[in-house]
Design a protein around this ligand. Structure first.
Ligand code: NAP
Ligand code: FE
Length: 368
């Protein structure tokens, strides 16, 4: 055995966790910038709880609520300016993966006068501001990963940066904040969490420790399949999904992702397919492609999901996601070529060629 395991985030999980632990906030300073999207912080109820806790703790704050879905370098640049001008001591990210990832970039840019493209150097003169993450979706696990996945319009793709200092210091995880998610966002984000656990489990970089978290996450998804299919998503289900997504984050914090994510980025960038949905469309063919190379682990995944074979898994994805989007030849070639450039592609258990990528895409989407 030869591995490292480190999660730099203190996790405080449970109903009412912000209100009950507001003294935690004072540790990070006197001025905070809340980084969030247009609506999620408010509709989830998280913003009200955070505002009350900040007010009661005498912490001044401002809100930057311009984070787009799949935030771009241009988008986080603005957030960095706001945080620098406010003289923030720390950053609070509230939302799905988009605002949480953006908050990591804002934490760097607030104290480093650099072009956002230089975020990818992953080395900064000044340490990023401390980040507190409050998820309102249950998918990305961004609250416990160092990754900030940003849209690079210059390269027509999404790319991740992050180092030990961009792990959130603290995550407040209250499943009530996920109750306002639509059914589609709930399903898509749950599938994203599953793909983190699965890709990490089968990855060349998997470790005995990350596998423990991966198996637990996969089993939790299995336990909640009926709730997802029937749209009977009660509070206990929400808690399991949020817990599962955090476990998935702890997995990829060590393993990274592989070709599902690498291919999925193009589906999001060019076809506006939500991140988790993109992963879900690709996962059946990902299993088929890797089956011989990772038979034991894929059989274990199917067992944890209570499924007899990969076909049954594919049928579940069809049920949850509906018909796949159309894709033409030109798109296939472009997406495959871009995915080959993602570093995560090299972590796939079976080595993969551009033709393999084209094949997986063709089988996964509605090829015209
Ligand atoms: P998202 O892009 O953050 O949010 C999707 C939509 O759901 C947005 O319109 C958002 O509203 C809304 N929403 C969020 N929470 C809600 C709530 N509680 N109630 C109602 N609406 C809510 O979705 P996501 O799937 O969580 O994040 C995807 C992003 O995370 C992608 O950029 C992906 O690449 C990244 N990601 C990061 C990691 C990582 O390790 N860091 C891992 C996987 C994926 P608003 O517009 O108001 O925000
Ligand atoms: Fe993901």
């Amino acid at each position: 055995m030869n591995y490292r395991f480190q999660i730099a985030t203190k996790v405080v999980f449970g109903k009412g966790c912000i209100t009950e632990n507001k003294e935690e906030l004072k540790k990070y300073g006197k001025r905070a910038v809340i980084v969030t999207g247009k609506t999620s912080a408010k509709t989830s109820g998280a913003l009200d709880d955070v505002s009350a806790a900040l007010n009661e703790s005498g912490i001044e704050y401002t809100i930057y609520n311009e984070i787009e879905n799949n935030p771009s370098l241009e988008n986080v640049k603005e957030g960095g300016k706001v945080a620098a001008a406010f003289g923030a001591d720390f950053i609070i990210g509230i939302g799905g993966g988009s605002p949480l990832d953006a908050s990591k970039a804002v934490a760097v840019l607030a104290v480093n006068d650099i072009d956002p493209i230089d975020l990818y150097k992953n080395s900064f003169n000044s340490k990023p501001l401390p980040i507190i993450a409050i998820p309102t979706t249950s998918g990305t696990g961004s609250e416990v990963t160092p990754y900030s996945i940003l849209t690079r319009n210059d390269m027509q793709t999404k790319m991740s940066f992050g180092n030990e200092d961009t792990f959130p210091r603290l995550a407040f995880m209250d499943a009530r904040y996920t109750e306002s998610m639509s059914y589609d966002v709930t399903v898509n984000t749950a599938i994203d969490a599953l793909s983190h656990a699965v890709e990490g489990y089968i990855s060349k970089r998997s470790t005995p420790m990350s596998d423990v978290f991966a198996r637990e996450a996969i089993e939790l998804f299995g336990k909640r399949i009926d709730n997802l299919v029937s749209n009977k998503i009660d509070y206990e289900t929400r808690e399991d999904l949020l817990y599962m997504s955090m476990l998935g984050g702890m997995v990829i914090a060590h393993t990274g992702t592989t070709i599902v994510h690498g291919l999925g980025y193009s589906l999001t960038y060019f076809k506006d397919i939500p991140h988790g949905r993109a992963n879900g469309l690709l996962m059946k063919e990902y299993f088929n492609f890797n089956y011989e190379a990772a038979k034991e682990k894929i059989d274990k995944i199917l067992k944890l999901l209570n499924m007899k074979d990969i076909e049954e898994f594919g049928a579940l994805m069809d049920k949850l996601l509906g018909k796949a989007e159309k894709v033409n030849d030109e798109e296939l070639y472009k997406f495959a070529s871009l995915a080959m450039k993602q570093r995560s592609t090299s972590f796939n258990i079976r080595s993969v060629s551009e033709d393999d990528m084209i094949y997986i895409l063709k089988k996964s989407l509605n090829h015209q």
